[in-house]
Design a protein around this ligand. Structure first.
Ligand SMILES: [Zn+2]
Length: 170
């Protein structure tokens, strides 16, 4: 995706063969953006949000941070030591991920508050056990995801690692 001189975004990567007028209005990018998933998955993956969502390396946005998908529940916490693509060492020093605990803690609090309010409103202030039945199992199920995304966000926003396209595969 490129930003054109007229401020619009072009998804078609053919600016050079296009007459400038093709990019005017919403002709070009709207039509082509519909096809993004089919022909440009790779460039989509490289946006920061997608890279975070797919738990990719913050430097090249291609290598996996974790060794296994979260569905392999017994190994959900196993991280690759280095990025398999750009060889970035994720844990620069021991304790790099100490702060990620607080991010994960924040996720848990947000979930508990949301579920508490939802239970209160939808259940019309039910008995105490209902809150436990709703909140505890959800929290247990979400813990692996919170753990992983806390580390991913920590890597992206608190370790000073920046995306550098030259580390991505061409
Ligand atoms: Zn990498």
């Amino acid at each position: 995706m490129k930003r054109l001189a007229n401020g619009r975004r072009c998804f078609c990567n053919r600016e050079k063969s296009h007459a400038a007028s093709v990019h005017e209005g919403f002709g070009c990018w709207r039509k082509k953006s519909f096809f993004i998933p089919f022909f440009s998955l790779k460039s989509m993956l490289r946006t920061q949000t997608n890279a975070i969502w797919h738990e990719k390396c913050p430097r090249c946005r291609e290598g996996d941070i974790f060794s296994y998908p979260v569905s392999k529940i017994s190994r959900f916490a196993d991280m690759n030591e280095h990025c398999p693509v750009c060889k970035l060492r994720y844990e620069k020093e021991p304790g790099t991920f100490y702060g990620a605990m607080y991010v994960s803690y924040g996720f848990s609090i947000a979930l508990i508050v949301t579920l508490f309010v939802a239970t209160f409103v939808l259940g019309r202030d039910p008995q105490l056990w209902v809150y436990f039945v709703v909140i505890l199992p959800t929290l247990v199920v979400m813990t692996p995801l919170f753990f992983r995304y806390a580390r991913v966000l920590w890597l992206y926003f608190f370790t000073g690692i920046r995306y550098d396209p030259k580390f991505s595969k061409p």
